[in-house]
Write a protein that binds this ligand. Structure first.
Ligand code: 6GU
Length: 254
């Protein structure tokens, strides 16, 4: 997969050289190309922003510079264009999976109060454009959001994760774990500071272990994210498990 990023802080993306993403790039699975937006600014100060029409605080990024940069980066091609903004649609695991199936993404993170909106009108008509938010809080710029999205997408690309099936069990993964948080995990030793590993995990009984993990995922989701649970999507065994949590004194959302 090719990923282009146009930013006034390309050095912000140094973490892409590390760990999972560094290895994916070294293997050629991920081809990340960073571009300095200021290279398309032609005045002596390399100005990329200006005061907002209508007044108000902050600065707005100039459309001509973004237009020239995007035109040069895409050439005759048509990547999916992703513009991070707190006013965008939520970035979710389902969106990460969609992006992982694309051959080419172009991220355009803004600083200041954002990019002149005509840039989104222009490229929204020419490319598939998504304005996306990574959560309900405000960052100083879109760069950190781009790092988050690239990491979420990169780990889904074939050949990136060590264990080929590990993404299937993720919290929020489509299928059995859709709308569920992953439960607790344990490794050796079997007793640590008096805390024991749940006995079922040592039993070797795969059916019981799968049921226990499912119950713990349901229990954790009900405690921490009750709004995620849609009773209609649960099996009779799941519904029985939820009823039994009530007896344990666990909160059970309605
Ligand atoms: Cl994508 N950008 C910025 N600047 N702030 C955010 C965000 C994005 N998502 C949440 N907050």
């Amino acid at each position: 997969m090719r990923i282009d990023v146009i930013s006034i802080f390309p050095e912000y993306f140094a973490p892409l050289d590390v760990s999972l993403m560094g290895k994916a790039r070294a293997k050629g699975i991920l081809d990340v190309r960073l571009h300095q937006l200021r290279e398309w600014a032609h005045d002596v100060h390399k100005t990329v922003d200006d005061t907002p029409y209508g007044g108000g605080p902050g600065m707005v990024m100039k459309p001509e510079i973004w237009g020239a940069a995007i035109d040069d980066v895409i050439g005759e091609g048509s990547p999916r264009l992703v513009v991070p903004t707190p006013s965008g649609r939520p970035f979710t695991q389902a969106v990460a999976l969609e992006y992982a199936a694309e051959p080419w993404l172009l991220f355009a993170p803004a600083r200041y109060e954002g990019i002149d909106s005509r840039v989104m009108i222009e490229y929204g008509a020419r490319l598939r454009l998504d304005e996306v938010s990574i959560g309900d809080y405000v960052l100083a710029g879109g760069e950190a959001a781009v790092l988050v999205m690239i990491e979420a997408v990169a780990r889904l690309l074939p050949g990136v994760l060590g264990n080929a099936v590990s993404a299937v069990d993720d919290s929020f993964a489509p299928g059995a774990m859709e709308n569920l948080l992953e439960g607790p995990v344990f490794t050796k030793p079997p007793v640590w500071r008096g805390h024991e590993v749940p006995e079922v995990l040592l039993s070797g009984h795969h059916g019981k272990i799968a049921r226990w993990r499912r119950d713990e995922a349901l229990r954790r989701t009900l405690r921490k994210r009750p709004e995620l649970i849609e009773r209609g999507e649960l099996s009779p065994a799941d519904l029985r498990a939820i009823e039994s949590f009530r007896a344990d004194g666990d909160p059970v959302a309605d």
